[in-house]
Design a protein around this ligand. Structure first.
Ligand code: GDP
Length: 527
């Protein structure tokens, strides 16, 4: 097998999607522990608080105790190279969270066994669904009293409209959760550790014919397992890898990230069943990862990692060929040639310079000031990968500049942040850029905007939050703002002079659609 093919086949690039507090940080940490990238779990979280601020940007992360930006963690497990795209885990997530999913080949949906399918999980699930990527489910916190597993599967199927197949089944619940039954092999794994979770948990393996295994299960757990397995065999969906690949069926695993119970079983099954990087659509047809020519796209821009340079790092997902540090590449949108000499890879504990990288890998490169979200990079060809969609903003605020003398910095700052994709900018049709209206998918984006305008551009602003939750682009012949105006909407323009209408809610949008049939409303700017 050629080296590149071998490297592609052993790569798994995925993101964990979940609602805050479901345990994403904990699970990520445990995956690193099992991958040998951490010796003792409990360091990822504390790293956040101990790490001294290397930039204003990180200062913000530190103050809030959250991870504002997504990073990428890489580790090896059983010959596989695993890239976890870490999506921001805060309630106030941002477009970054969504965009990161564009760079993933599969997703792990993490669900709190007591809470079931929560709001943010739903939103992220739908983005994955649209892309048709495989979604694996880990039902977490089984060490606590939660909802019944069958009930949770039912909710996943009904709320998310995806079929599910439990790959394993919990033995006992809450404190009695002592093992898992692997359905395809009928093997049992009992956890014999103390459940502190800072080291790999010892286990004992066997099956239901093994008296030692059965003898270590409580009578109640044993009977419950027998009952559940019977029900599952009668009622459940069949396992079908093709359906998993198309995102129609989600394999489900049970466990506890805190105590490590079920983490290894999940990881080992996941690397077997999840896809390696495969071909990706472009303007000149599908691009095969094995092709010789290097290519990739930018899905994220992070500013100001180093305040001394006020530079930007862009995150590039490699789609084909081999990356070698120092190589010359073509920036397709501008046609410019760029040498990729400063390339970073983000490991569990630190940042390394990366010399060679393969399809599926994510590298950070310094931006000489040319990159935008969604840009394609190749060696010489002119194709572009599909555009990264703009995600529907749900929060809007009018931004006022407090000191009129700072107008230039203000406009430049907002422009820069819009280009990075940190926020979306709109304006009143007959007002200039000095009183923009900003759209975001999460509150955090406004805080980041305010913070960065103050710290990077020296501009003081005031935000007036607006009572709208929905933006739609208006399409139709010879439309003018008065034709779109109603009592409770707001008509704006985007940077490309497209008309955008903000609505209070779905109901007022539906009403407007009924009332004004001359207009077609689009979820994305017209092409
Ligand atoms: P995130 O917001 O999704 O990153 O969640 P964290 O990993 O920070 O976890 C949120 C809280 O849930 C923390 O207090 C964790 O210790 C706890 N937690 C995470 N996984 C488990 C688990 O498997 N069982 C229990 N009992 N608690 C857990």
């Amino acid at each position: 097998m050629s080296q590149i093919l071998n490297e592609i086949q052993r790569r798994r690039t995925f993101a964990i999607i979940s609602h805050p507090d479901a345990g994403k940080t904990t699970l990520t940490e445990k995956l690193l522990l099992y991958g040998g990238a951490l010796r003792l779990a409990g360091t990822v979280k504390s790293r956040k608080s101990k790490q001294h601020a290397v930039s204003d940007w990180m200062e913000l992360e530190k103050q809030r105790g959250i991870s504002v930006t997504s990073s990428v963690l890489q580790f090896e497990y059983q010959g596989h190279k695993i890239n976890i795209l870490d999506t921001p885990g805060h309630q106030d997530f941002s477009e970054d969270t969504y965009r990161t999913l564009m760079a993933a080949d599969s997703a792990v949906m993490l669900i709190d066994a007591a809470k079931g399918v929560e709001e943010q999980t739903k939103k992220l699930f739908h983005v994955c669904r649209k892309r048709g990527i495989p979604i694996f489910t880990f039902i977490n916190k089984m060490d606590r009293h939660g909802r019944e597993p069958l009930d949770l599967l039912d909710e996943i199927e009904k709320v998310l409209d995806i079929k599910s197949y439990p790959m394993n089944w919990p033995i006992g619940r809450g404190r009695e959760f002592t093992g898992i039954f692997e359905r395809q092999t009928a093997n049992i794994e009992l956890f014999t550790g103390n459940g502190h979770g800072s080291t790999v948990v010892p286990t004992r393996r066997g099956d239901l014919t093994d008296p030692a295994i059965v003898g270590s299960m409580s009578k109640a757990s044993y009977e419950l397992l027998e009952e559940d397995l019977e029900l599952l065999d009668m009622a459940g969906d069949q396992f079908d890898l093709q359906q998993v690949a198309r995102g129609e069926l989600t394999p489900v695993y049970f466990g506890s990230a805190l105590t490590n119970f079920g983490v290894r079983a999940f990881l080992e099954s996941f690397i077997q069943l999840s896809p390696c990087p495969h071909e990706k659509d472009s303007s000149s047809g599908p691009i095969n990862p094995e092709q010789q020519e290097f290519s990739g796209f930018i899905f994220k821009i992070q500013a100001n990692m180093d305040p001394a340079h006020r530079d930007r790092i862009v995150f590039l997902r490699i789609c084909s060929g081999v990356f070698n540090r120092g190589m010359m590449v073509k920036h397709v949108r501008t046609g410019k040639s760029i040498r990729l000499s400063q390339s970073k890879q983000f490991m569990a504990q630190d940042t390394n310079t990366v010399e060679v990288a393969y399809p599926g890998d994510i590298i950070g490169i310094y931006d000489p000031g040319v990159f935008r979200i969604g840009d394609t990079i190749t060696e010489k060809s002119k194709f572009s990968f599909e555009a990264i969609p703009k995600f529907q903003p749900e929060l809007f605020a009018r931004v006022h500049l407090r000191d009129a003398m700072k107008r230039k910095q203000f406009v430049k700052g907002i422009e820069q942040l819009t280009e990075e994709g940190a926020v979306q900018r709109f304006r009143h049709p007959d007002v200039g850029l000095e009183a923009p209206i900003i759209g975001a998918v999460g509150m955090l984006q406004f805080e980041v905007l305010e913070y960065r305008l103050t710290h990077e551009y020296g501009v003081d602003i005031q935000l007036d939050h607006l009572p709208f939750t929905l933006a739609r682009w208006a399409a139709g012949d010879n439309l003018t703002p008065p034709m779109l105006k109603s009592a409770d909407n707001l008509v704006l323009k985007d940077d490309d002079e497209n008309l955008v209408v903000l609505f209070r809610n779905q109901w007022s949008f539906n009403w407007e659609v009924e009332r004004n049939k001359r207009v077609t409303y689009l979820e994305q700017p017209p092409a």
